[in-house]
Write a protein that binds this ligand. Sequence first.
Ligand SMILES: [Zn+2]
Length: 322
Amino acid sequence: MKKDVYEFKETFKERLLSYGVLKRTNGCWYRLKECPKCGDKKWHCYIKIDSNDDGPMGYNCFKCNSHGTVTKEFIESIGYIDLDDIVIPKFIGGRKLNIGETISTKIPDMTVSDVDNIEMVCKYIQSRVGRYPSLEELQAFHFIGNPRKYVTDYLGIDNIETVKNRYWFQMTNGNIIGRYKNDDTDMRWIKYKTTKCRNIGLYRISVPVDLYQPVNIIISEGVMDSIGLYYNYTGCENNLYVSVMGKQYTKGIQYAIDRGIFGDSVSIRIMKDSDVPINQMYVDWRMKALFKRIDIYENHVAKDYGVIPELFDVHKVIDKRR
Ligand SMILES: [Zn+2]
């Protein structure tokens, strides 16, 4: 173990604790009062400080969704620590969590604002899941209010004809996925891809969760499943919603692990499509040790979860293989 890394992390931690701007949570995770990225002052920004690990510290803000390695710039923007006094040591790689995986990539924070016309998408979501979203909810859903600008400015694509007549949502890797306005097409969903980010693209809803309380990670297949579950599933609360864009539900578990969200207070609920037989579900049960529990659920009255409340009847599936 590197002595300078240990001392740096301990000093960093003790200083911020002494100013009352850092709180302990579980294990190596701490909460910062103010997020240096978005300015949120309600302790949504988590920092992993493991003084016994030679790797860099990581952070994850549940308000603005930014995450990555704690850099010199990050420390400067927290304040309270005079970097003229303390030398930042050279960290050693080989982190156990690949929390820094996305740092090299800036996913643009382009979602939707009050200048965008949201009536169409709100009506569409209402027709699917029975609820009319607020602007804040559309932002949490990573709805792209101006897909034309997103595709040309960020993705650098000039063939944008197909942007029209679709509702676009941003993925974790910057790709966008667009749902056709109605069911009159065989291409209901299409994607615009970026080569700027090599991460697996998942869909997620960015609602803040309280990591002091038991957390549930609700994993489903598609965008409308997550949105339907967000509105209509009442089986548990303090939930994170992740869609894996297919049937490899384990990707959702890996996503949680990569972001440091695991442990005895974290449960996984895999919401499988009801046409997937339980014996064809691939879940890496070795991951089970990292969570309180991993359970599989299905909807008894519909194929999936992008449906109105009347079509929600979700039950746990008994998996006899375990
Ligand atoms: Zn933030």
